[in-house]
Design a protein. Structure first.
Lengths: 352, 576
């Protein structure tokens, strides 16, 4: 049952169309990620749900009621800002208590709730600290506590880990996920990092240039990206053009690698994605398979993975294999093996 | 780096400015102290007690505080909405508006007084128009010599401070802090009272305090626009010195005033430290949005109209009036046509009143220029080493020069908290007799002007010198530049603009200085402000016209100086 529904949202700033026709739904208790590069309009979508910006067109419904005209302070949603926007003239306690004070809760109840959420984010003894003296990770948790304190029916997080270093980010993603899932918080999580989005969200909305490219579970988006943009954005770069042809009654896609059998309703020119996960090197595979000879032009060690760049017919394809498996060295020839059913995705050809 | 040697160099840099302060600030001030105890038979406190219990002095004191309080309140009332507008919105013509609004602050008091006279005085535009429309024989608006003239002129003067200090701070406040409050359930009013105002409070109180200090020590405005009925402490000191020659009482009053302003300045310094506290500051481009919707456009339009009306109309009125020849049926029976004229300007080069001037009024322009150039040279010669020493302090580790700078920085700012009239009185008392008799020296006035200008010079040079990252110097050194080459090829080019700004500050301050000059200038060498003062205190249309003409010239000079400063200032957040 969806609690939040966006229908055809449009927003322009001057001549820039920041958001064009965005529609999606969020179910109760679900964590939805808005994923896209910076400037794709995802933060603007968040600002419109919060009521900080007004959509030019379209409507946002909460529990089937339109939110149009309701000011931000009456919506009751929580919003955790990029860089946190902590009140610099208040200590940790006053920051977290702010939203509760606005609801005119008795002070005793406020004190209890503040202690509760500070405990939840692991800052139990920090209540009297000056927020200006906190580290980035601590500020982030105060901001989370502040937006969680009033028990918002919807929590929005705008790149909450954006300004932290990588190691801290990885740890906090886990903590954040645990906190959100334990409290069954309905949440929208805005990020440009697909790892964060995949780790936290039940479903992901991929945005590009103000529009929605794809909505789906992290697994679906990773295994079946709907466009070349999505594929490239999540790091799938083995893309090349092809053309659907019918040879001897069977459909194939003619590519620089040669004709590859495929099962598709599409016709004409397409973009072909060779998904790296379904590809083996110098191995035998069961069932139907394509085998291609190439030469290793680059091999670089990356820890548990090893990156191999393979040149086949003037195409350069990149794959990550487990470092523990036997791999060809640079300059050696190698055989690429894949089941086209598993490894080939046909995407609409576009201008990217 | 050799710590001892570098701190010795720091001391060496400090030597000239410190010697200057000692001779021309502390020595005159000490003389004022000495003079105030001259007739103290009943102990040190007695002269002060006597002054404080005298009803006439009490009246002066009450009036000084009262008018400063009212003026500050009015200034905030007009300045805060303006600061909001400038801080949060982008609109066409904004930078022009900001530049224009900066002008009043640097205008000499004499120009401001003349401007309001040209607008609202008995011969000013408003009265002239009303008289001709309604056929009146007497000017209907009694503005000059009323408390309103003082209040309005103070608001005119100091609104810029509020616009600048509060506006700058506000413009860099992250609007998302407000949005966070709104999403947490705070209404617009709640956001204003719980978030915005508390965050702005250091800036607002610092601005208010500065405005109060300026209003408290106001001299020219009160002397000329207030008339004989109103006297602030500053004006009273002047009267006691010049008219009554009661130097001991003048000294006592100076000390009283000094204590007040020093106290206020200390609080101000504390507050402005809090203003520069690094709370999530944002670049302006990020925090400002265009005006949208007819309501905000209408409000902004009304506000801009009000601000421009208050801050610019008197100046236009002044310039226009100085070119206008008017013949009033009620004032003169001759019926020469009214219209445009250059007569007031032409008269400036004619030596009509031998007894009054010894020289044609235009000579005052040359005299002022000479004094101003001397002031620029002196202020830079003293300000550069001081700022140099101050800027070196931020480098790590040098604890001795660090401590030195902590003491010397506020010391350099002391003259800012000392009124010009007090300074003038000190010069009269200390430098008019041996061992340091400068009464006849042409350097006396540039010395006083340098004292007034030095804090501004140091304040504009230090941030620029600080902004030279040590990395640049190190890079130059690694590339083989000797210390003097680093200075010539790295430091000086980078500091050039700041030096220009500082020089312009010193120049405009000297051109317009009136308080100290009024006490120490010699009648045969009048500066432009002195000439204006004499003209405006004399009856007659020609004198009035010449006062306005000279004021217009001075206005153009100082306003161009201000615009030059605006153009070349580096930092987005200004230091006052």
């Amino acid at each position: 049952m969806s609690v939040l529904r966006l229908v055809g949202i449009e927003k322009s700033f001057g001549a820039t169309r920041a958001v064009r026709g965005v529609s999606f739904e969020v179910a109760e208790g679900e964590i939805l990620a808005l994923l896209g590069p910076s400037g794709c309009g995802k933060s603007t979508v968040l600002a419109m749900i919060a009521g900080l910006e007004k959509p030019d067109r379209g409507e946002i419904y909460w529990d089937a009621e339109p939110l149009h005209g309701i000011p931000p302070h009456q919506r009751g949603f929580g919003l955790m800002f990029q860089d946190y926007a902590l009140f610099p003239h208040m200590n940790v306690y006053a920051n977290v208590a702010f939203g509760l004070r606005m609801t005119k809760l008795p002070e005793a109840a406020i004190r209890q709730r503040v202690a509760e959420v500070l405990e939840l984010v692991g800052l139990a003894s920090f209540d009297q600290r000056d927020v200006n003296t906190l580290s980035g990770g601590e500020q982030q948790r105060v901001a989370l506590a502040r937006s969680l304190a009033p028990n918002p029916p919807l929590l929005m997080l705008d790149e909450p880990l954006g300004s932290l270093d990588r190691a801290l980010r990885e740890r906090l993603v886990e903590e954040l996920g645990a906190i959100l899932k334990n409290s069954q918080q309905t949440a929208i999580y805005v990020t440009h990092d697909q790892e964060e989005a995949f780790a936290l969200a039940g479903r992901v909305v991929v945005m590009n240039q103000g529009g929605v490219e794809q909505i789906g579970t992290p697994h679906l988006i990773y295994s079946q990206p709907a466009s070349t943009f999505v594929a490239r954005f999540i790091g799938l770069n083995n893309l090349f053009e092809g053309e659907i042809q019918r040879i001897a009654g069977r459909k194939v896609v003619a590519t620089p690698l040669g004709p590859i059998p495929c099962n598709t309703q599409a016709s004409g020119r397409v973009m072909v994605l060779l998904h790296p996960d379904a590809v083996r090197i110098n191995e035998q595979l069961e069932g139907q398979q394509v085998r291609l000879e190439g030469r290793v032009v680059e091999r670089s060690f990356r820890g548990s993975l090893c990156r191999i760049v393979l040149a086949i017919n003037a195409l350069r394809l990149t794959f990550d294999f487990m470092s523990s498996t036997p791999l060809p060295s640079e300059g050696e020839s190698a055989t690429l093996v894949f089941d086209p059913e598993q490894a080939i995705r046909l995407l609409p050809l576009d201008d990217y | 780096m050799n710590t001892r040697r570098s701190s010795a160099r720091g001391l060496f840099l400090w030597l000239p400015p410190l010697a200057f302060l000692a001779l021309f600030y502390f020595y005159p001030l000490g003389s004022i102290f000495a003079a105030s105890f001259q007739r103290a038979e009943g102990g040190m406190i007695a002269p002060f007690w006597e002054a404080l219990t005298s009803p006439s002095i009490r009246r002066v004191l009450t009036f000084t505080i009262g008018q400063a309080f009212l003026s500050t309140l009015l200034t905030l009332l007009i300045g805060l909405p303006g600061a909001y507008l400038l801080a949060r919105y982008r609109f066409r013509g904004k930078s022009l508006l900001q530049a224009l609004m900066g002008i009043p602050f640097v205008l000499p008091t004499l120009v401001v007084a003349a401007a309001f006279n040209a607008l609202l005085g008995p011969r000013g535009w408003v009265n002239l128009l009303l008289m001709s429309w309604f056929n009146l024989s007497q000017p209907p608006v009694q503005f000059v010599n009323s408390i309103w003239a003082i209040l309005v002129a103070h608001v005119f003067y100091n609104t810029t401070i509020v616009l600048r200090m509060v506006g700058d701070f506000w413009a860099h406040l992250d609007p998302r802090i407000n949005q966070a409050a709104q999403t947490l359930g705070a209404s617009r009013w709640g956001t204003l009272t719980r978030i915005t105002l508390p965050l702005l409070m250091p800036a607002i109180s610092a601005a208010a305090l500065l405005v109060f200090i300026f209003d408290f020590t106001s001299f020219g405005v009160v002397l000329i626009l207030g008339g004989p009925r109103y006297a602030t402490l500053e004006v009273e000191i002047y009267y006691q010195t010049i008219s009554l020659f009661n130097l001991p009482l003048a000294a006592v009053l100076s000390i009283l005033q000094l204590l007040c302003t020093l106290g206020l300045t200390v609080i101000y310094t504390r507050l402005s430290l809090r203003v520069s506290r690094p709370l999530s500051m944002r670049p302006q481009a990020y925090t400002q949005k265009p005006l949208s919707g007819w309501r905000s456009r209408l409000l902004a339009g009304a506000l801009i109209f009000l601000l421009a009306g208050l801050l610019i109309t008197p100046l236009i009125g002044l310039a226009a009036r100085s070119f206008t020849h008017l013949n009033l049926p009620a004032v003169s029976s001759r019926s020469a046509p009214s219209g445009l004229t250059l007569r007031y300007y032409q008269e400036l080069s004619i030596n009509r009143r031998e007894a009054l001037f010894y020289a044609p009024p235009i000579a005052s322009i040359g005299i002022s220029l000479g004094y101003a150039l001397a002031t620029v040279a002196l202020a830079l010669a003293l300000g550069l080493p001081a700022s140099w020493a101050l800027s070196r302090s931020s480098k790590s580790g040098e604890s001795t020069s660090e401590a030195l700078n902590r003491w010397l920085d506020p010391l350099m700012m002391l003259p800012l908290g000392t009124s010009a009239v007090t300074l003038g009185l000190g010069f009269i008392l200390a430098l008019g007799r041996p061992p340091l008799n400068l009464r006849a020296s042409p350097l006396l006035i540039p010395l006083a002007h340098t004292m007034v200008a030095l804090p501004f010079v140091v304040r504009s040079l230090t941030p620029a010198l600080r902004s030279i990252r040590p990395r640049l110097r190190e890079a130059a050194e690694v590339l083989g530049a000797a210390p003097h080459q680093v200075l010539r090829h790295v430091d000086l080019p980078l500091v050039g603009r700041a030096v220009l700004v500082a020089a312009t500050f010193a120049f405009t301050i000297s051109m317009g200085e009136f308080g100290a000059t009024a006490l120490i200038s010699r009648p045969e060498y009048p500066t432009i402000p002195m000439a204006i003062y004499r003209f405006i205190s004399q009856p007659g249309a020609l004198n009035y016209g010449q006062a306005l003409a000279l004021s217009t010239i001075l206005m153009v000079v100082t306003a161009s100086g201000m615009l030059l400063i605006e153009r070349f200032r580096m930092a987005e957040v200004g230091e006052f």
